[in-house]
Each structure stands twice: as C-alpha cells, then as structure tokens.
Write a protein that binds this ligand. Sequence first.
Ligand code: NAI
Length: 734
Amino acid sequence: MRQAKQIILKKKASGVAFLMIDCPGRVNLLTASVMSEMEDALEQVAGDPDVKAVCLVSGKSDTFISGADLHEIVNMRAQSEAYEMSRRGQAVLARLRRLRRPAVVGIHGSCLGGGLELALWCHRRIATDHPETVLGLPEVKLGLIPGLGGTQLLPRLVGLRTALELILSSEPVSARRAVEIGLVDDLVAPDHFMARLEKEALSLVAGGYDERAAADDLGPEKQKSLFAMMERSVRIKTKGQYPAPSRVLKVIRDGLSMPLEQALELEAAAFGELAAGEVSRNLIHLFFSSEFARQSAVSLARDDRYGRVGTVAIVGGGTMGAGIAHIAAEAGLNVVVKEADAERLAASIKSISALFQRASQRLKLGAEEIACRLGRVRPAGSCQELAGADLVIEAVFEDTDTKVAVLNEVAAAVGPDCVLATNTSSLSIARMASRLSQPERFLGIHFFHPVDKMPLVEVVTHPGTSLQTVATATALVARLGKTPVAVADGPGFLVNRLLCCYILEAGRLAEQGVPLNWIDEAAVDFGMPMGPLALLDEVGLNVAFKVAAVLHEGFGARYAPPAVLARVEALGLGGKRTGVGIYLWDDSGKRLAVNPSLIQDIGLSTSDDRPPPEISSELTERLILPMVDEAARCLEEKIVRKAREIDLAMVMGIGFPAFRGGLLRYADSLGIGRVRRRLEKVYEQAGGGRSVCDLIVRMEADGRRFYAGADRASSAPQGAGGKAHSSGLAAAEG
Ligand code: NAI
C-alpha cells in the first residue's frame, strides 16, 4: 500500500512556500521516511525560481514535532547505523541553510528533540504564545545526545551556559521563556499564525537574513571554568553510570573550536556510540513503559463510558491526605477534606496550605495564584458535606476496623456512583471490601510519600472491583500527573512486597556479621539511591515492621524477619524522623554515623573501610536477586500482568537504577539460567529454607526471558515528546 504523504508543499501567490508536516494518524516524528520526504520537498523548493522563501509548520493542532522515532533508534543494532542516521539527518536539515532563500519555522505545540533541531537550522523561529507550545531537547534523559546538529547549533544561538542548561536538564521551556533566552525570535497568537509567518518570510526576502550572531559572551577562560564545573557536577550526579551527560559536554566543548561541519561529524559519532549502548536502550525501554501506562490512563479519562472526577473528597487529612489534597487541587479538581475533629481539620488545611507555599517557590506562583488553588480545597465538618464527591480517598490510620467504619459512613453520605478508595499501604483490600455494601465501587489507590514528588501510584483491585471503578480511578491518577500501575490485591501489593524483601535480605546480611555500612554501600554502588538500611530509617522503622508483619502473615517463612531485626525493633528506634535509627541523623536530615547502640547492644558490626569489590558484588546479588525471585512470583500470582509494569514500579517507586532498565530487564541481561543458579547460592548463603520460584525454573527450562521481545512496549512510532500514537496502546510486549 502506498503511504500517504507526510509533508505537503503549498506555494502561496506571494512566493512563500509552506512545508506542512503532518504524519497521518499519529504525532509528527522525524522518521526515516519523513526525512526522505523532507529532502524531496527541499529539493523541489531549491529548483523552483518562483519560491522566494520557505515556512515550515505542523499540520497538527497540538504538536509541532515530537522528535526522532525512538523505535527506529532502538531497532538499530550497529553503532554505524545510528551514526549514519545522524549524518543523513544533519545533511537533510543543513539544506535549509543552503536554499539561498530564507527559512522560517512556525512552532505551535510541543517542539522536542529533532523538532527543535530542525528549527535551529532555520533562519527565524516564530512560536505561538500558547501553553502547549514548549521547546526542549530531551535526548540526554534517554541516554542519547541531540544528533541532528543540536549540540552545535544551540550554543551558537543562545550561548553556552543556556545551551548546557537546556541540554543537560532535558527539560522543555515555555515559548515565553524561549524568547527570553533567544531560542525563539518572536511570539504570536495562534489565530494569526500563518499570516504572520508569511509576512516574516517576505520581510526577510526584502531585508536580508543573515544568521543571528552567536549570543555567547563567554571568553575562553570562562568557557573553560564553566565546562570544568559542569563536568564535576555531572560526575557527582551520574557516578559514571549514565554516559550521555559527560559525552555531550565533550562534544560541545570540542565542537565549539571546530568548523561546524567537523563538529557535526563529532556529534554523529557520539550519537552512534550512545544509541548502540545498553544504557540508552534501557532508558528508552522505561520511557516506552511509562508512556504506555500514562497514555492508557489518559485514554480512559477521555472515554465517555467512564465517570469523570470533578470533586474528590479526602477523609483523613494527615501526612498522606494533605499531600493528596494538595496535588488534586493543583490539578484543578475541587477537593473536600474531612478530619476526625475541627482542630485536626484546621491543622490539615494548614499543612495543605504549607504544601502550596513550598510548591509555589518551585512553580514561581504569586500569592493570588496560590489563593486561587487553595480556594479549591473546602474543609468539611461532617460526612454529609461529602455528598457531591465523585471519588473519595480514605487516608485515616492504618487499621482495618477504623477504615471500614469510615468507609461505611462515607458510603451512606455519597451518591451511588461515587468511587470509594483507600490509601492503605498494607491492609487487605478484599477483606475491607467484604465489609462494604457495594464492594464493586471500592479499590485501593496507593500513593507514596511524599505525594507531590513520588510519580507512581498503585491502583489496587480486589476480585469484585468493577471495570468502571478501575477506569475512573486510573483516569484520576493520570489527571493528577502520576503514573498508574494496576496491581491485584495481595500482601504488600507490589512495591512494598519487593521493598520488604530487599530490607529483610539486608537484615539477614547484618545478622551474619556483614558491616552495616557495607550493605548500604554495595546497594548504592549498584545504583540504588540509598541502601536498604538507610531506607529503613527513611520509611520509619515502626512503619516498616508493621508492613513486614503483614507480609510475614501472608507469605510465611519466606518473609520471616531475622532475629536481629526483632531485637532492633525492640529498641523502639524511630528512624530519620527522630534522628535515631540504624544511623544517627542530624536536624537537617543529613546522615551521620551508624547508631553505636546497634554495635554495643546488639553486636552488629560496622567498618571504617569500603567493601572490597568482590564482596560488594556478592552483597549486591544477595540484595537484588531475591527481589527478582519475588517479582517472578508476582507475575505467577498475577499481582501484575507484565514484566514492564514491575520494572516501571521498581524504578518509580523504589528508585531501582533506571540505567539498568528495571529489575527484570536486569535479570534478563544476566540470563535466566545464571539468575537461577546464583539465587540458589544466595539462599544457601542466607541459611537455606527457601527455593527459587517455579516460574524462573520453567523459564530456564523453556529458554524464555522476562521480556519476550526486546524493546517491544509498543510498536507504533514514538518520539521523546511523550505522545504515543493511539494504536500503539493496543500493542504490548510479552
Ligand atoms: P497520619 O497519621 O499522618 O494521618 C491520618 C489522619 O487521619 C490523621 O490526621 C487523623 O486525625 C485522621 N483520622 C483518623 N481517624 C479519622 C476519622 N475517623 N475521620 C477522619 N479522619 C480521621 O497517617 P498517614 O501517614 O497520612 O497515613 C494515612 C494512610 O496512608 C494509612 O493507611 C497509611 O498506611 C497510608 N500510607 C502512608 C504512607 C506514609 O508514608 N505515611 C505512604 C502510603 C500510604
């Protein structure tokens, strides 16, 4: 079948030719076929003496171009292929500067990655003054670097400091900010867009259109110290585990002292190397997984068959309730908060207000905007005042009887279609459901602490939860800007079950005399944001022991805490919050030494040295592989359906190192046979009594992996801009 045209060339009577990019049925991406059409269109323009100027625009109402097609990138096997892709793309876009006519780009909607690089090759950039118009280079976040000239053209346009900030942060900027930094020449209202572009193009024809001079005001000495500072900061942040940031710094630094053509060669070589490397593949894999989860939820939110949430009620406005109320009001929802009494209600509203104040510094909001957002939060003196809610989230104390009493009281006050949710972190959803009159409208929506920072939410169903309820809750989670993962009810759900496994393993190591700091250092060297013992302090020891008890009750010996943890529990340590836990912490939350009482009273050990490398890798296996086994059990028990859901939850919920692509992708990289053999050794070293789960044994026998086909989260073309093609939502990896 002949493919529909993706670039339409229209010549106006004025002599201005419009190149409209419009990929049928999906977002605009610079795929190989789009680049080919672009080359043809530019050739046509170059050969037409009637064309005086060119304007490039998008035919989409909400995006300009979302970047390169990441599927094309991950499907490349050889470094040379990626290098060629970059060189060819640079050559096509460089034609924009050799047309001997001005090229003006009109940007409306998101302009990301290759989209922005295309704009950089044009002589003028005009953007719409619209909230959807954002510009950025997200490649570094995906383990890549801009490969269509961006590393060289951006510093030459906006100056070195600004370019480094944009490229290293991977964060897009608004159109308004883009004008301030010199990335965009002018802003226009969306409704006069085409006419304004045509006028601009003609004025360039009349008045000349030299390249804008480089905005860089830094001399060689300042440049040198800026690079040194950036390199140091990148080394500290990435610990050498993410190669793209330091590579892009080198490409920019070396490229700036070369002629552009030579610098582009350098860029393409680095792009090829990174695109063929494992880290970019892992990061892109996670990106696909998170887009899949988010987009599926967004499409539920748009589906008329499911309820829409306009008002959300929170019962229990403590740490979690206040956090949820804050993000819900931030997302534009009406929020009603109910507490145990008037005093606690006032305290809750005060903490919500404090959350807004804190966020306002980040979002640069004025007092009026804060007041407007806070105005969406209404305190409720009684349950009757929750009557208009579409969804209620219960976040009272972690006790089944208290929660059931609250939920029944709420159920009597709200309408029959209102969804009822609990934010419990460990209690059985099914057990609570069995004590409610309409269990089909009940489920768990498990947010993590701190709510505004943690991107993951577990949507936990019991066997009787209706599809309607799940859809409404999932859509709400997406609307709150979070990534939902669908989880079936079971002790600890998914994240806490795996987290607990990690912490218990650390307890077993401590009991066997491994210095406490070695356990944490091994985990951090592997890439975890913190070791399991520091994490225990972070979560709070009493909370963690409560969750551990639920898992022990649910799964028996596998989750039996080692005797030493029971002795630690008996010390009644609070953890980071109180300044005393496994470690001592100062008032600013900085970790000090290992708590000496654990050494003196319990006989645990610590060391002045770091663990030797061979010990560190053995400790890593002891900490990580049991989680692989437990994750496989979660798949076996259908707690989650897909390996990629586990990987996403591990990265977003626990901070499993993204450069490894997630827990199960890491297991695949080791090989299932090796995982099984090492696990057997780990269990033996830990004292025996555990065996590897059936799924892993069967997978080894059948030669299967957790991921049936590499990188197949969705088969539709996808760019870093984050808008998946809708048909891609139906495709899932094995
Ligand atoms: P919290 O103790 O800070 O807040 C609980 C609030 O519920 C208190 O303000 C209390 O006054 C209120 N409350 C108690 N009974 C009530 C009633 N009958 N009606 C209205 N309000 C009532 O507790 P937190 O930490 O916010 O936890 C709440 C829930 O969230 C628990 O189920 C917990 O397991 C879960 N959770 C906690 C996380 C955390 O890190 N703190 C993380 C994820 C879930």
